[in-house]
Every structure is written in structure tokens, then in C-alpha cells.
Write a protein that binds this ligand. Structure first.
Ligand code: NAP
Ligand code: MG
Length: 451
């Protein structure tokens, strides 16, 4: 079957593919398996050199890759440039990390034990459409650094940047078969990777719903899994915060990438004593958001990914009182206006991941109430705390059930720091040195000193 890839800002086709099926998935696994013995035998410092070359090629092709991503996802070019910049940083980071990730020597009775870090083998990487190359790099960096070979399945809506990266990897000198990309449906190609006996691990980012299927499917062959799933994060604004800064930042924490961000702070919790003042500022800041053509430098928000997704997002705001609704663009493209709604934490719009430009504003009484509401969700991925009281910031940060947090900022993703979820936002950590643990096994070897 032919797969047509669209530009969501124009609804125009930008590429066509023959979709891969089970057979192509099996072929890719076979190529990765054939490449594994020699790739895993490359010394860590030589693997580092190749990854560094790939990072440099990404930098040299940054504008091209950013344009591909902007056109395929409908994301503003400025944001796409930032994401590609991070892709290069990720490869640089793991190039620098790989020959510093090694084992211990442990004194034990009658001898000594040494631990070694061994690669897993062939790993399957399944990624979503919202940050296609960025999220792929979070997995590729540590997976390749540790000596694994890879089959990457991009989302069928957004395969273009992954295919270009695979070409750059060959140009960098990474041997054929080490990084394979298969473009096909999740329920076919993704499912096959999950079941495949020669795949040692699935690194998955996507919805909690599909995450459950990955976990179930992996049970059969006891595959390792890392699951980066959905979120419903809280942006907690205390009365003693710098309200001007908090309100200016809040729209970007949920409307960036048109809200299609697992870290979106889509529940804005505001202390009652400053609710009206904060809301005025928030509405003003949201009104100022520049929605439109993603290829323009000044654009801050583009369309949603697809018509189907737009209908899904719309279903969340039907019949809910709106505090603000931006202008809907009446032209081709899957546009949806930035929307603020008033809600309690019990409402569907406050409980489920909307994955669109919709934020629920929720008032709270005091610190205990804020913590209770913020934690009253099955998710636990991200969040923010705004306060000028340092002790409170730390108390609340420790109390929130979430994997990643920021204080007086909405930015919590850094190449150097571990990223991942609590609760139904998944498990396992990406980025930072921790990600290397997810793509290697620890082997323990005892050496007898007995005569
Ligand atoms: P999705 O529907 O779960 O899809 C994610 C990936 O899984 C895609 O490549 C998809 O392929 C594939 N897939 C779908 N069904 C599958 C199956 N039965 N077996 C194996 N693979 C399957 O997620 P999405 O709609 O692309 O992305 C949105 C979700 O991703 C949100 O929930 C968001 O929170 C989450 N997300 C999480 C993080 C994080 O780091 N925690 C980051 C970004 C996004 P096809 O699309 O080609 O069918
Ligand atoms: Mg989906």
C-alpha cells in the first residue's frame, strides 16, 4: 500500500512511499543482526568518533533537517531549528560519554569480581510524530554508543527526517546495517518488532495506550522495554511567584508545538488569592501568540498533525466554558485555536491528555491543595513550580509524583539530565548518563584468587 505524507499546514502531499510490512521489518532485523558482531566489536573510542562525525553532519545539514521537520509536522521553523540543534547535541553527548561508561572491580571473598557493560544486540525503536528526529536521537545516541544495532520505526505520518538521518549516518561512516529505518504502520511493523525473537529491546515513545501493548507484547520474549508515554502535567503558580514571568511563560508551556508535547503543562494551577490577576495576564499573553505559517520566522504555533487528531482535540472543549479562544484560521491545514478553559480537576479536559493547544486553568487554596491536585492524575511526566520561596519550591518538588520538574521555568529537558516518567507516564530514563544503562546489560565476572 502507498503511504502519502502530508504537510499539515497546507494538506498538500509532500512524499509517497511503499509501506513496509512484516517482511520488510524482518529484513531490517536480519540486516541489524548481521551488522551486530562487527559493530559491537568496534572500540568505544572508535564508536565515539563515528557518532561525533554524525553529530557534525547533523550540524552541517541543520537547516535542511529543520525544514524537513517543519514541513512534515507543521511545526514553526524556529522550534524545528532548536530541535535539530538538540539532535546534534545528543550525538555529541553520547560520543563523549561512551568510553566513560564502564564497570567496577569489586573485592569479594576468595577473589575479585569485575563488571562489564555489554550491548543488548538488535534494538527496536518506535517513535511518535510530535518530535520525530529529536525523540529518535534520544534513543539512537545511547543505543549506538553502547554497541547495539538498531531498527527505527518512525511514525507513519512523519518518516522523512529519520530517512535523511539514516543517509547521514552512512556518510559519517557508520557501517551499513547498523541503523535501519522501516516506514510502515505501528500495528504491523511496530508490532512485528515487539514480537520478533531477535529483537532484544524496544525503546518506545508514544501514547500510554500503545505503551500497554508494547509491554504485553514484550512479555512473550522477555524483551527489555523503555516506555516514554503520555502526560498531564501541572504548572503550579503560587501567589508569591513572579506572576509576570509565570504568566508570560505559561502559554509556551502548553501551546508550543500546538500542544502536541508530552511535557505540555496543560493544567495551570493558580492560587486563589491571585487567580484573577494571573488570569488577566495569562489571557493577554495567550492573545499575543503568533499562529500561522510554520515556515515563517515569527510564527510561534502551527497546525495540528492531522484532521483525525483535530477532531479528537475538539471533542475535549465541546460544552466546556472558555476563558479564551484564539482565532481559528480558515484555510487549508489542520488549524486549531489556542484555548484556555476553566475546569476542575475532575473534568475530562483536566484528566486526559488532549495533546492539542488546550489548557485547563484550575484554582487551588494552599500548598497542600496544590500538591493534591497536581498528583491527582494517572500520569507523572513533567511539571513546573512558580514561587519566590525557595524552601517551598523544594518541598513541593519533592512531593510531586513526576519524573521531571522545573522551578521558575517551564523548561526541563536537557541533554545531560535524565528524562522519564512516574506512574502511567512510563519507566526507564532517556538522556544523561542514565540512558546508557537502558541500552546495556551489566555482566559480573568472578575471578578466583585461590591457589
Ligand atoms: P502512538 O499512537 O502511541 O504512536 C507512537 C508510535 O507507536 C508510532 O510510531 C506508531 O506508529 C506506533 N504504534 C502505534 N500502534 C502500535 C502498535 N500496535 N504496536 C507497535 N507500535 C505501534 O503515539 P502518537 O500519537 O504518535 O504520539 C502521541 C503520544 O506520544 C502522546 O501520548 C504523547 O504524550 C506521547 N509522547 C511521549 C513522550 C515522552 O517522552 N514521554 C514524548 C513524545 C510523545 P504509527 O503512527 O506509524 O502507526
Ligand atoms: Mg497515534
Amino acid at each position: 500500500m502507498t503511504l502519502t505524507v502530508l504537510n499539515p499546514a497546507t494538506e498538500e502531499p509532500i512524499a509517497e512511499f511503499e509501506q513496509a510490512g512484516v517482511e520488510e521489518a524482518d529484513e531490517a532485523v536480519a540486516r541489524a543482526r548481521a551488522a551486530y558482531p562487527s559493530w559491537s566489536a568496534v572500540s568505544p573510542s572508535d564508536r565515539a568518533r563515528l557518532l561525533r562525525r554524525l553529530a557534525t553532519l547533523v550540524e552541517e545539514h541543520a537547516e535542511e533537517l529543520a525544514r524537513i521537520e517543519s514541513r512534515n509536522v507543521g511545526k514553526p521553523i524556529s522550534g524545528a531549528r532548536g530541535e535539530i540543534g538538540m539532535v546534534a547535541q545528543v550525538f555529541h553527548f553520547y560520543a563523549g560519554a561512551v568510553d566513560k561508561h564502564y564497570g567496577d572491580t569489586i573485592p569479594v571473598a576468595d577473589g575479585v569480581a569485575a563488571t562489564f557493560r555489554e550491548p543488548l544486540g538488535v534494538v527496536g525503536l518506535i517513535v511518535p510524530w510530535n518530535f520525530p528526529l529529536n525523540i529518535a536521537s534520544w534513543k539512537l545516541g545511547p543505543a549506538l554508543a553502547c554497541g547495539n544495532t538498531v531498527v527505527l520505526k518512525p511514525a507513519e505520518l512523519t518518516p522523512l527526517s529519520a530517512l535523511r538521518l539514516a543517509e547521514l549516518a552512512l556518510e559519517a561512516g557508520i557501517p551499513d546495517g547498523v541503523l535501519n529505518v522501516v516506514v510502515g504502520k505501528g500495528s504491523v511493523v511496530g508490532q512485528r518488532l515487539i514480537e520478533h525473537p531477535d529483537v532484544a529491546k524496544i525503546g518506545f515513545t508514544g501514547s500510554t495506550e500503545v505503551g500497554r501493548l508494547v509491554m504485553k507484547g514484550a512479555a512473550e520474549t522477555i524483551k527489555r522495554v523503555t516506555l516514554e508515554l503520555g502526560g498531564k502535567s501541572a504548572n503550579v503558580v503560587f501567589a508569591n511567584a513572579d506572576l509576570e514571568r509565570a504568566a508570560a511563560a505559561a502559554p509556551y508551556a502548553v501551546f508550543d508545538n500546538a500542544g502536541q508535547d508530552c511535557c505540555a503543562r496543560s493544567r495551570i494551577l493558580v492560587q486563589k488569592s491571585v487567580y484573577d490577576e494571573f488570569l488577566d495576564r495569562l489571557v493577554e499573553a495567550t492573545r499575543g501568540l503568533r499562529v500561522g505559517d510554520p515556515s515563517l520566522e515569527e510564527t510561534e504555533m502551527g497546525p495540528l498533525i492531522s484532521q483525525e487528531h483535530r477532531e479528537n482535540v475538539a471533542s475535549y472543549v465541546e460544552g466546556v466554558p472558555k476563558l479564551f479562544e484564539g482565532e481559528a484560521l480558515e484555510k487549508p491545514g489542520f488549524w486549531f485555536p489556542p484555548t484556555l478553559v476553566e475546569a476542575t480537576n475532575e473534568h475530562r479536559v483536566a484528566r486526559e491528555e488532549v495533546f492539542g493547544p488546550v489548557a485547563a486553568v484550575i484554582p487551588f487554596e494552599d500548598e497542600a491543595d496544590a500538591i493534591h491536585i497536581a498528583n491527582d492524575t494517572p500520569y507523572g511526566l513533567s511539571g513546573s513550580i512558580w514561587t519566590r520561596d525557595g524552601a517551598r519550591a523544594l518541598r513541593v518538588a519533592r512531593a510531586l509524583e513526576t519524573g521531571v520538574l522545573s522551578v521558575n521555568s517551564n523548561s526541563s529537558v536537557r541533554v545531560q539530565t535524565p528524562f522519564g516518567g512516574f506512574k502511567q507516564s512510563g519507566f526507564g530514563r532517556e538522556l544523561g548518563m542514565q540512558a546508557l544503562d537502558g541500552y546495556s546489560e551489566v555482566k559480573s565476572v568472578f575471578i578466583s584468587t585461590e591457589e
